[in-house]
Design a protein around this ligand. Structure first.
Ligand code: E4P
Length: 217
């Protein structure tokens, strides 16, 4: 399972990279705005900075909602760095643009996916990644993990190579449950990754080992 961190915060990206288990970064316009990154030039420079910090894929989202606009924006984003994955919204023109980019060998991430049917379309259009938003489904009392399981079954049935990128991951249990279902990737806050480290018996055990070592010294 790949671990992506879902942030535009350079310090958090550095911290995640330093842990040695990071496979990529996802961003979106809201995450950029949260860091105060506005204006086309600043956003482009920020993507470049993120690519310098990590080795893996970096999703960069288009703002256009029409095919021509998405193609123009996506081509400019993809030209920034081979690590860039063009992130496209799950709308009709987004699917057309996905097909366009996949036929040109440009990586894509179809975002804002909330149903198995949408995920099926994204795979048919050759998406590199599909992003079902599990946390936002949970927020409206709908089982986000069930969607991951449905997509896994469908993709396995037909051998689709599109990777299931479980997005809107909110906590550590989401990560574990997605891993059990077989999501290819998860993206979430650094806290969801670091939460995997924690167990009280580890802390108690380590304290005891150190105390026993110190008895003899
Ligand atoms: C995915 O790529 C999105 O950026 C993200 O996971 C959305 O998460 P949120 O629902 O916590 O905003």
């Amino acid at each position: 399972m790949k671990f992506f961190v879902d942030t535009a915060n350079l310090e958090q990206i550095k911290e995640a990279q330093a842990l040695g288990v990071l496979d990529g970064v996802t961003t979106n316009p809201s995450l950029m705005a949260k860091e105060g990154i506005t204006g086309q030039d600043n956003i482009i420079n920020h993507y470049k900075a993120i690519c310098e910090l990590v080795d893996g894929d970096v999703s960069a989202e288009v703002i256009s909602t029409d095919f021509d606009g998405m193609v123009k924006e996506g081509e400019a984003l993809a030209a920034l760095n081979p690590q860039i994955v063009v992130k496209l919204p799950m709308i009709k023109d987004g699917i057309k643009a996905c097909k366009y980019f996949s036929s040109k060998g440009i990586k894509t991430n179809v975002t804002l996916v909330f149903s198995a049917g949408q995920a099926l379309l994204a795979a048919k259009a050759g998406a590199t990644y599909v992003s079902p938003f599990i946390g936002r489904l949970d927020d409206i009392s709908t089982d986000g993990l069930n969607l991951i399981a449905e997509i896994r079954t469908i993709y396995n049935n037909y051998g689709f190579e599109t990777e299931i990128l479980a997005a809107s991951v909110r906590h550590t249990m989401h990560v574990i449950d997605c891993a059990k279902i077989g999501a290819d990737v998860m993206t979430g806050p650094l806290s969801a990754i670091e939460g995997l480290l924690k167990h009280p018996l580890t802390d108690i055990g380590l304290a005891k080992f150190l105390a026993d070592f110190n008895k003899g010294n």
